[in-house]
Design a protein around this ligand. Structure first.
Ligand SMILES: NC(=O)c1ccc[n+]([C@@H]2O[C@H](COP(=O)([O-])OP(=O)(O)OC[C@H]3O[C@@H](n4cnc5c(N)ncnc54)[C@H](OP(=O)(O)O)[C@@H]3O)[C@@H](O)[C@H]2O)c1
Length: 318
């Protein structure tokens, strides 16, 4: 398959806590622990208020063209993917790659304009993108978004978390405030648990799905503050979740990157050059990271779970 003819969808939705979504239908947050539901989880108290595309408002449909990205196998045709942190360096590359491979992509983040820039680029390539504004630490909002995405399509096939962790790097631990060390750990674990479980509930129900998380190094490097600790914690969440959802056909994996050069950097140059100790000479580009994510999300990786996709060029040997 080389092309897809999809209508293009831009959906701008702001999804926040339960205050804005307290209207009747409580199919959202289904299966979630009552203690985690806003308002104490009272039945009927945390329903979905007019998720914009369900309610028919806030939806822009543009006349779409076929994907023009070239011939070859399309790995994610017909899939529905959520990319949290979809406006970021990693998230935007992954979202574009998912769309290129035929997935309808739902981008989330806190800044709508940045998300829409990415969506427009996907549109320009003939893909399908939806945009929703939410905070990935807000469990109620993330659940409601997942519910809406699943309802709009035929469930959720892929969930990728590429949100940033508010790390503070550049100082040794002995000089850092505890809060500066723990903040990225708490944020990383929170967004991973929140986004992954929101998608997992739908995937379990359907008996298939792939949850992917962006992680970073597991090599001891000084002055990285809580960054490595956060990434280590993420992998713990992924392993735990993989053990629990694997029997229901849901896979969980994470990507390990040493960091990518800015897009457009010619190769090889200083920015692209791998760190000393790597076996290959170049760092992964964002496109390399995104293509690995495509593979991990596709059926070609159907026996891979509780595992890492190591993009370090041998810097971090297995
Ligand atoms: N860049 C790399 O090469 C690399 C390598 C290894 C690991 N990583 C990890 O990959 C992740 C993404 O990195 P990046 O370089 O792509 O970061 P980035 O360019 O700063 O993008 C971060 C994305 O997360 C969103 N975001 C942040 N906090 C959020 C929240 N509370 N709720 C919803 N969205 C939120 C941001 O949008 P808003 O601010 O608008 O919400 C943005 O879309 C990070 O965790 C990083 O540690 C990156």
């Amino acid at each position: 398959m080389s092309a897809m003819a999809n209508p293009l969808h831009f959906v701008s939705a702001t999804i926040t806590g339960s205050e804005q979504y307290r209207q009747g239908d409580d199919k959202s947050a289904a299966g979630r622990p009552a203690a985690d539901r806003a308002g104490g989880g009272a039945p009927g108290g945390t329903g979905v208020r007019g998720i914009p595309w369900a309610a028919g408002c806030g939806v822009r449909r543009l006349s779409g063209g076929a994907y023009r990205g070239g011939a070859g196998t399309v790995l994610l045709a017909g899939k529905t993917a959520i990319v949290h942190g979809g406006s970021g360096a990693v998230g935007s590359a992954v979202a574009r790659a998912f769309a290129r491979e035929g997935a309808a992509v739902h981008l989330t983040g806190r800044t709508v304009a940045a998300l829409e820039d990415v969506a427009r680029r996907i549109e320009g390539d003939g893909g399908v993108a939806h945009v929703a504004q939410l905070d990935a630490t807000d469990r109620d909002a993330v659940d409601r978004h997942a519910d809406a995405v699943a309802a709009e399509g035929d469930g959720i096939d892929i969930c990728f978390n590429a949100t940033s962790n508010d790390d503070l790097q550049g100082s040794p631990l002995v000089e850092m405030a505890v809060a500066d060390v723990t903040r990225p750990v708490i944020k990383a674990v929170t967004t991973t648990v929140v986004t992954a479980t929101a998608a997992a509930r739908h995937m379990i129900h359907r008996g298939s799905g792939v949850i992917l998380v962006m992680a970073g190094g597991r090599k001891a490097i000084p002055d990285l503050g809580g960054s490595h600790i956060a990434w280590s914690a993420l992998t713990g969440v992924c392993r735990q979740l993989a053990a629990e959802v694997g029997p229901q056909g849901v896979r969980v994996a994470w990507l390990l990157s040493p960091g990518s050069p800015s897009p457009g950097s010619p190769a090889p140059d200083d920015a692209n050059r791998a760190d000393e100790g790597a076996l290959l000479t170049e760092r992964p580009r964002y496109d390399d990271v995104a293509n690995a994510a495509v593979f991990a999300a596709s059926d070609w990786a159907r026996t891979m779970t509780a595992t890492e996709l190591n993009l370090t060029g041998g810097l971090v040997p297995d």
